[in-house]
Design a protein around this ligand. Sequence first.
Ligand SMILES: Cc1cn([C@H]2C[C@H](O)[C@@H](COP(=O)(O)OP(=O)(O)OP(=O)(O)O)O2)c(=O)[nH]c1=O
Length: 199
Amino acid sequence: MTRIVLASQSPRRKKLLQQIGLAFEISPSDVEEISSHTEPGPMVEDLAALKATDVASKFSDSFIIGSDTIVVHNGEVLGKPADADEAFSFLSRLSGTHHFVYTGVAFVKTDKNGTIQAKHTFYEQTKVTFSTLGEQEIKAYIKSGNPMDKAGSYGIQDDLGALFVEKIDGDYYNVVGFPLNRFYREIKSFFPEFDIMSS
Ligand SMILES: Cc1cn([C@H]2C[C@H](O)[C@@H](COP(=O)(O)OP(=O)(O)OP(=O)(O)O)O2)c(=O)[nH]c1=O
């Protein structure tokens, strides 16, 4: 059976793929995350493909999955905050307004010689609306440490992060970092040999 490799260090992505019963290995990529694309959708697809392709060079006869998540507020991309001050600035901007979370996913298939046989990418978008946050609430959340490794400085799945989200339009799991429903649909269309339900 073809080996499945998740090219990600994200504990959330690991948990979500375990949740659907997929058997996979983890091999994070340390490729520099720079894209020439400026539109968010193509940008996250490109970054996901960069990660998957980087890891693909180490695995023959494998199916490699890469992913990337960003937050876009008023047309501006918010990645992971550099420090607590930037986390404060990001969360202040998200307060009382909506933003979009984009996650790109890339599948790369390698053959027995390690050559890339197929590559497929897609992205999913979810609209998230925050309620109005007070300065003290933002500071308390930053103190918990949870925002620091997350795009836009929050985790919808965090104990306190969840309190800020008024509503979402789209896939919740896309916000967490991996769009499970779209992933399933794309696999069924493009790689029907992967029968997730009986893997
Ligand atoms: C908006 C949001 C993001 N995130 C996370 C998902 C991603 O892990 C992270 C965005 O950073 P990414 O660069 O997409 O991923 P990563 O660095 O964690 O892992 P890797 O590059 O190895 O795949 O933000 C949440 O966990 N919850 C949220 O609500």
